[in-house]
Write a protein that binds this ligand. Sequence first.
Ligand code: C2E
Ligand code: MG
Ligand code: MG
Length: 294
Amino acid sequence: SDLNTFRFFEEEMDARAQERRILENDLRLAVDREELELYFQPLVDVYTEEVMGAEALVRWRHPRRGLISPADFIALAEETGIIVKIGAWVLRRACQEAVKWPQAIRVAVNLSPAQFKDRALVANLRAVLAETGLEPTRLELEVTESLLLRDTAVNLQMLNEIKSLGVRISMDDFGTGYSSLGNLRSFPFDKIKIDRSFVSELERSPDSAAIIRAVLSLGRGLGMTTTAEGVETRDQLAYLRAEGCVEVQGFYFSEPRPALEIADMLHERARSEEHTSELQSHLNLVCRLLLEKK
Ligand code: C2E
Ligand code: MG
Ligand code: MG
């Protein structure tokens, strides 16, 4: 009967609400229990294919549920305010890692709008930079358009304060949500990141291709770097290269990987560069000797 159906739904809702409460309690303790892990995904120069930086992406290693993706807990962390604590942890860990890298490449960290409700955000940021010794110009903070939707004046002021530290600001997931060109005019973003949904549609949808081309040209016009997210195929890379995209990020180059693996990869690259320049100088010497003999 309808009544039974209703009761069933009610029970299901209760179960879900309870599940959510349990998860929320777990999440509240996750930082102190050291269950969070930081992964990094390289940001690659579209022409040279050199690694220009890496984006920090958090994961939650839950004792019973295993590795949980941020897609499954960031929203809960935002709604409950737990994101302030998580975000502070992510920022500190990301900066601590980046200063250990062999090259002075950039590190990108995601900031959620909920973190801007915390008045201490800018002071914390300053403290973390001082404490870790990371050059502010090596830090890139990624924000989404939703930040400019509410409390706009306060948020813009905080963005300006952050920028005056020398830290760069990127517009993340551009093209989704509340996309408005006015958002790009309201603040001098250093970078626009084109959402991966456009890149994944590239081969099938002429519209997506047109939108990507338009955003790349917009970025050029506004003097902002452009990064395409979610690049998985060589064809996507070729299109982005031909259209003048500056930087790419995606599984084609690397999935997000644990901090240790990224550090190893960067050290490997540094060694092979050293090796190449050593070979180069040996070659130069041989050439000179040969020329002298002539
Ligand atoms: P995002 O900032 O747009 O990060 C990029 C997401 O795209 C990452 O998902 C990454 O794994 C995924 N991705 C990268 N390349 C590819 C690709 O080639 N193909 C596909 N299919 N996906 C790709 P991830 O790590 O699951 O993170 C999801 C979102 O969670 C992030 O999106 C970001 O909004 C949020 N997030 C992650 N870490 C943090 C954090 O520390 N703080 C905050 N506030 N949000 C975070
Ligand atoms: Mg991001
Ligand atoms: Mg993104």
